[in-house]
Design a protein. Structure first.
Length: 553
């Protein structure tokens, strides 16, 4: 093997480097072996990534057993659930690109021969994938795993239930004691949010796109079997190093379409659109927002998961895991089974090893889908010339037309919902929350859950240039592009304007004349910069449109 790390560790001139590495326990034998960077997103600010330090121990065992030398390093993570609804949530999407940058920098600096990235909360997963695609050295993504469900009054709970309980409390439907009981019951231990929210959606994507070995992601974080999964990933990365199997060999156009199909089939998060567009840019693969529509249209919704379905994420594990979903998609002809995976085997070969649990109800048979098409819809119109995204899982309405209720930040909209200021039939508009406007394109789980909790979920629509959590449900359109902060048409909406949304026609329209819209936009004034210095100021200068993945490179 020709090893990158030998540039640092071998030869007379590298004696000083070896001296420093020997100071922390590495031997000459260790330094002659392939060096594998273990990129860890462990952090003590959330349950999602809480067990990753322990998991890294087992990854390193697997690397050593397979003949490599692991070197662990840490990067950052921001909790979407903890920061939701606050100024802190603006850091979440920004963190994705910073995670990618930091993994890239450490890997380039230390010339690792391979990487295993330990990920969990939402942005750590695409951030790690983006880094692997930039570096194009053999790499594996290991998802820490979902949290187990909480239990209250005989039903499974996730953090989604707590967010919706806030709205129910505001509407007088539950009292303080019930809200506290739900809060205390929903999250029983370590693991990422427990529905097919963004973390579990992107974990599914990583198996389907080929960067995670199949059968690894669905194992819960606290499951005893996770240690063996971690050791396996250590062995897989060593095999990839020996065979020079690199991420860009795996993550092809066909692999992206396989990944999109998995989002459609599982009712996954709208955030997958942003993240897959960003990954495609790093991979040098052409991918457009309309590709999500094309793949979703032809892919049935097969997996009955929250936020709109019956089951929680760990139920996929008990049903047989993500390989069962993969097998369904191969059998139905909805994916390209010839795509290569990080193990060196094809997608179809990996899926063929699936062991479905008899009688499971989580993953439907092809003969009985939940819907004949997938959960994502791309809308366009004079309000979103560059497109926006809806998740239609669990939605029966085909459209809505109503008066605009306009808010220039999430907090004002949340206040209106909780104080009874929103009526059935309204179309809530939350703007200046896009990549530049936020900055950071905050998720709206607080306000979307409050809408459900107060009982307006069946009668109100919400549109925004911000994002939604994967736990969001209801008639919600996000990622509206161009965003308000760059003078997109959403900036011209006025209180009481009529907005029309049609899922069947895939349109989103402001019911004013073209001339009126042009006049309004001509009179628009760019708002003052919210952050003049620091990371947010840098981000605003660099970030692209949501329709391009909100990338900074």
């Amino acid at each position: 093997m020709k090893l990158h790390s030998h540039t640092i560790t071998q030869g007379r001139d590298r004696a000083p480097a070896r001296a420093m590495l020997k100071a922390i326990g590495f031997s000459d034998e260790d330094l002659r072996k392939p060096i594998i960077g273990i990129a860890n997103t462990w952090i003590e600010t959330m349950p999602c990534n809480y067990n990753l330090r322990e998991l890294a121990v087992h990854v390193k065992e697997g690397v050593r057993q397979a003949g490599g030398t692991p070197m662990e390093f840490n990067t950052i993570a921001i909790s979407d659930g903890v920061t939701m609804g606050t100024e802190g949530m603006k850091a979440s999407l920004v963190s994705r690109d910073l995670i990618a940058d930091s993994i890239e920098l450490v890997a380039r600096g230390h010339m690792f021969d391979g990487i295993v990235a330990l990920v969990a909360c939402d942005k750590t997963i695409p951030g790690a994938a983006m880094a692997l695609l930039r570096l194009n050295v053999p790499g594996v993504i290991l998802y820490g795993g979902s949290i187990l469900p909480g239990h209250y009054k005989g039903r499974d709970l996730t953090v989604q239930d707590v967010f919706e309980a806030v709205g129910a409390h505001a509407a007088g439907k539950i009292d303080d004691a019930e809200l506290l009981a739900i809060e205390n019951s929903a999250c029983p231990g370590a693991g990422a949010c427990g529905g097919q929210f963004t973390a579990n959606t992107m974990a599914t994507v990583m198996e389907m796109i080929g960067l995670s070995p199949m059968g690894t992601a669905a194992v819960p974080q606290v499951d005893a079997g996770k240690a063996e999964v971690a050791r396996r990933c250590g062995a897989v990365v060593m095999d990839a190093v020996r065979n020079n199997r690199c991420p860009r060999d795996i993550v092809t156009r066909a692999a992206f379409e396989n990944a999109i199909a998995s989002v459609a089939a599982s009712g996954g998060s709208t955030n997958s659109v942003l993240h897959l567009l960003a990954m495609a840019r790093e991979a040098g693969v052409e991918l457009d927002i309309e590709d999500f529509q094309k793949v979703s249209e032809r892919t049935p919704l097969l997996v009955d998961l929250k936020p709109a379905g019956r089951f929680v994420a760990v139920d996929v594990h008990y049903a047989g895991g993500i390989p069962v979903i993969a097998q369904r998609l191969v059998d139905g002809g909805y994916v390209d089974g010839t795509a290569m995976t990080v193990t060196g085997r094809t997608f179809a070969a990996e899926a063929a090893d699936a062991k479905e649990t008899p009688g499971q109800e989580v993953i439907r048979p092809l003969s009985n889908p939940i819907k004949s098409s997938g959960g994502l819809v791309i809308l366009r119109g004079n309000l979103a010339p560059d497109g926006c995204v809806m998740k239609v899982t669990g939605i029966e309405r085909k459209g809505q037309e109503g008066p605009a209720r306009v808010f220039d930040c999430e907090e004002d909209a949340m206040h209106a919902v909780l104080e009874g200021g929103i009526r059935a039939g309204d179309v809530i508009v939350i703007r200046y929350e896009g990549p530049r406007g936020g900055p950071g394109m905050r998720e709206m789980l607080g306000v979307t859950s409050a809408i459900m909790g107060v009982g307006l979920g069946d009668s109100v629509a919400l549109i925004t240039d911000g994002r939604f959590s994967g736990a969001t449900r209801g008639f919600m359109a996000g990622h509206i592009a161009p965003e308000a902060a760059v003078g997109g048409p959403i900036a011209a909406v006025r209180e009481g304007d009529t907005i029309s949304i049609s899922i069947e026609k895939r349109t989103i329209e402001l019911k004013v004349s073209e001339e009126e819209l042009r006049e309004r936009l001509a009179g628009w004034k760019k708002p003052a910069v919210k952050y003049a210095t620091g990371v947010f100021a840098k981000y605003v200068k660099l970030v692209s449109s949501a329709a391009e993945g909100a990338v900074t490179g």
